[in-house]
Design a protein around this ligand. Structure first.
Ligand SMILES: Nc1ncnc2c1ncn2[C@@H]1O[C@H](COP(=O)(O)OP(=O)(O)OP(=O)(O)O)[C@@H](O)[C@H]1O
Ligand SMILES: [Mg+2]
Length: 441
């Protein structure tokens, strides 16, 4: 396998059902072109978290090797995601005095530092500090205050935290595959980057990514993220229900769900009949296809009610004017839009990643919403590294400081870079002043 001669980005989505790696070539104007995909059924993950290190390592290796083979390049580091019921989020705010009256990137980093100075449990770490809006003196609702003049800069942020050990387990598995982790991104955040339109974010939208082990929620209002949550119920529960109710092995239940599953009983023709394989040496039975839908519908309805309750409790249910956007593998079940609209009483659409480059027939699938979002994030990161300014709100993301020891401290990028830059420049100014003083006097 050759070393990359092109500028590459790599995303790795370690899901409960599948592990998928995508390698893309960087294109101008924030674009990218997918050149390799590796997809392998997941083992070692449960409800979005690593439960078996060795099995997870093996599936990551398979997915990466397949992607490398197709791309014709070997990779060194990946941008990956995190989810699970250990994820918590809340809103916070910060304020600083502006020294030079004109607001600079350094002031934004300072005010974000003050906003993130909140106490969190020792077993949790901050993954993201996402600016929602800035206020300069008494003028609020500012999206990008750089260059504005003022004495006081305030910010409202959305902070996302996750379990230290859950994050370390993901990093450990990837590092054991000989790869580095460039970024760790909350999965619903990644999915939202891949499927939401700017209009939806501005008007107000709830993204619901229903995968195998988790249902991930992200709410955007007035263009900014307001709420995130992870519910540990998704497609795997539907499969389990089918296995229990129709007394068939789990593998057969999954197959039945994929081939004949419908989320609304009413949508199935009453005379349609399917064959259910028996457990062990029991003979197969023929049942109405409606019976299968009768198992699926209540579970998904319950899931939508849980999502709705979460939105109501967070205080955003009445603010999502553009409705709900469903993505993830379970959104592929026929009838999901109809069922979700009945529960949410709002417009619902099924979304796939917005992408029109190479391999778009494969990439544009709701199951790949997270991995495409990770590629977008990796591309943006690359842009920042070469000094591009996107003129938009930048997130203080969970950046991994890859240290030589096995402790993978997760530090926000702003904190790490600001300290380094300030220390270095202050030191050199003092050194120069001292030299000048000695020479002159
Ligand atoms: N065509 C389909 N129709 C119905 N369900 C489907 C279809 N394809 C996949 N699924 C279901 O979607 C789920 C997997 O979705 P997805 O690939 O988004 O999950 P994941 O990212 O691996 O898991 P998670 O995000 O929960 O950790 C499984 O439960 C699977 O049965
Ligand atoms: Mg997923």
């Amino acid at each position: 396998m050759s070393e990359p001669t092109k500028d590459l980005i790599v995303a790795l989505d370690i899901g409960t059902s599948k592990v998928v790696a995508m390698i893309a070539e960087v294109q101008p104007n924030n674009g990218f072109n997918v050149i390799g995909i590796g997809h392998h059924p997941s083992r070692g993950m449960k409800k979005g978290m690593v439960v078996n290190i060795e099995e997870t390592i093996q599936t990551i290796q398979y997915a990466i090797e397949e992607a490398e083979l197709r791309a014709g390049f070997s990779v060194r580091s990946v941008c990956t995601g995190i989810a699970g019921s250990h994820i918590h989020s809340f809103n916070s705010s910060g304020m600083v005095a502006v020294k030079d009256t004109e607001i600079t990137q350094a002031d934004i980093e300072r005010v974000l530092e003050t906003a993130r100075a909140v106490s969190i449990p020792a077993d949790q770490q901050i993954l993201h500090v996402l600016p929602q809006q800035f206020k300069v003196n008494d003028q609020d609702d500012i999206r990008n205050p750089i260059g504005m003049t003022g004495m006081r800069l305030e910010v409202k942020v959305h902070i996302i935290t996750g379990s230290v050990s859950a994050a370390q387990n993901i990093v450990k598995c990837i590092r054991r595959c000989g790869l580095d982790v460039s970024e760790l991104v909350l999965q619903p955040l990644a999915s939202s980057m891949a499927v939401l339109t700017q209009d939806e974010r501005d008007i107000g939208v709830a993204l619901v990514d229903i995968g195998g082990g988790t249902t991930d929620i992200a709410v955007f209002i007035d263009g900014a993220i307001r709420h995130t949550a992870v519910i540990p119920i998704a497609g795997d529960q539907v499969t389990n229900d089918i296995a229990m109710a129709l007394r068939t092995p789990t593998v057969e239940a999954e197959e039945l769900k994929l081939r004949y599953g419908v989320s609304k009983q009413m949508m199935v023709p009453p005379d349609s009949v399917i064959e259910i394989p028996g457990v062990g040496d029991r003979v197969a039975r023929r049942v109405k296809r409606q019976s299968l839908a009768a198992v699926i519908e209540p579970r998904l309805e319950e899931l939508f009610v849980l999502v709705q309750r979460n939105l109501v409790e967070a205080g955003f249910e009445h603010l999502i004017a553009s409705g709900v956007v469903l993505t993830g593998g379970t959104s592929l079940l026929p009838g999901m839009t109809e069922l979700a609209e009945e529960v949410f009483m709002k417009p619902v659409r099924i979304a796939q990643p917005t992408y029109d480059g190479n391999l778009s027939d494969i990439v544009c699938n709701p199951r790949y919403a997270t991995v495409v979002g990770l590629l977008i994030e990796a591309r943006r990161h690359k842009g920042e590294d070469v000094g591009l300014h996107h003129g938009r709100q930048t997130a203080t993301r969970g950046k991994l400081k890859l240290e030589s020891d096995s402790q993978n401290a997760i530090l926000p990028r702003a904190k790490a870079s600001r300290v380094d830059v300030n220390d270095g420049s202050q030191q050199s100014v003092w050194t120069k002043m001292k030299e000048w003083f000695v020479k002159t006097f």
